[in-house]
Design a protein around this ligand. Sequence first.
Ligand SMILES: *Cc1c(COP(=O)(O)O)cnc(C)c1O
Length: 484
Amino acid sequence: MSTTMKTIFDKSQNGRRGIKLPPLDVSVDAKIKSNYLRDEKARLPQVSEFDVVRHFTNLSNKNMSIDKNFYPLGSCTMKYNPKIAERIANLDGFLNLHPHVVTNNFNEDVQGSLETIDELEKSLCEVTGMSAFTTTPQAGAHGEMLGIMMIDKYHKSKGEKRKYIIVPDSSHGTNPATASMVGYEVITIKSDENGAIDFEAFKQKMNHEVAAVMLTVPNTLGMYNKRIKDLCDVAHEHGALMYYDGANMNAIMGVARPGDIGFDVIHINVHKTFATPHGGGGPGSGPVGVNDKLKPFLPDLGIKKENDSYAFTTGGVNSIGKISPFFGNYGISLRAITYMTVLGSNGMKNASTKAVLNANYLRVRLKDYFDVPYDGMCMHECVLSAKTLAKKGVSAMDIAKYLLDFGLHSPTVYFPLIVKEAIMIEPTETENKETIDYFCDTMINAVKLADENPEEFQHYPKTLGVCRPDDTRAIKELDVKFQH
Ligand SMILES: *Cc1c(COP(=O)(O)O)cnc(C)c1O
């Protein structure tokens, strides 16, 4: 780096008290052992800046992304990620805070950051009706594990040994996986004709050896369980705790609160409900909220306010200990609190109701063309099935590939597992009627094509950079080398 550039870099550090970066060391070579250094100069392509910029811009344009395409990915919710949330999370003072700076209690350089975490925890309590929150878990599944570990400790602290965790057969795979990772046996209950956990079967399986019941509300079929309060009562009568998988919170935020319904612990996938684009498997954050029963078991790192200053607290004697390094995925916490602040309580309620309205509009437009496994009002997503089409040789996967050619990202397919040829669609609250109509028209065109010429589906997508790979061959002869 030339001296001039280095000077500019140094200047950009202005005004950031407490963050002293070491001087830039430009002689990296000097620190690498000579046997690791190359003998000849690397053969790097000699291209102009424009060539590089165009290469990457063209590549990125080939991507299907929420900035370019409707993205109705049910369950995983690729929804509204306001640009303001990105800008806030990228502010220098937040972004470049060294994690070790914050180990100093009452350190004045981190007060703003600690305040945002405190605000997020309080806002999540407000939205969910729980009495305390921790933002440290780094994904929904991580939050589940924390929740079940706290439940485990709760029962053990009462001298009780419990063996089982109940989940419905529609549950997300992480629920039974979490239960068994924490050492429980999983009891799976089948769904009834309305897509809800079968109440009679549930009552039969309930006993004093059940530690917890894990439910997603609304569930992964997009249905709200009308007997949810009864389920909580039956579990509590047997001393079991109720775990709320909050991945679908975007259907009920501002409308109903899990804490009021009777749940004892909840995780929220803030990267699904409260901003943060999370395509491609990350990043995530899964804050966990508890009621008073579980407060003593919260993990080690919390925040307290004393004399107008924030500081860290460690957990009490019953804390389950540390769950993640530092303070979890702080950048995502920032996006979440920004989203909640921008929308406010009315805005969040509005978002939920619109999400439900859009999903039902879409369901009604498509219900005569596809099989509908569970009929009736859905919440924020609707599940269809391509079972009848599959008999003609057109599968849910074929429909998904067809949509790509029309600029539409595929909905979630083959989940939930209990629905054959499942197509799970979540339009989200921010899409307008024209976009949803275009999606529905394209789906209906696919059904017509399936009647007229089902073989044609084998060729879709026809216009994309990568067309239809041979899935089986791709798995057996994995070849990941770069090709022009
Ligand atoms: C996404 C999801 C999870 C897992 O959350 P991650 O953040 O991906 O770990 C759990 N349950 C449901 C219902 C989900 O949709």
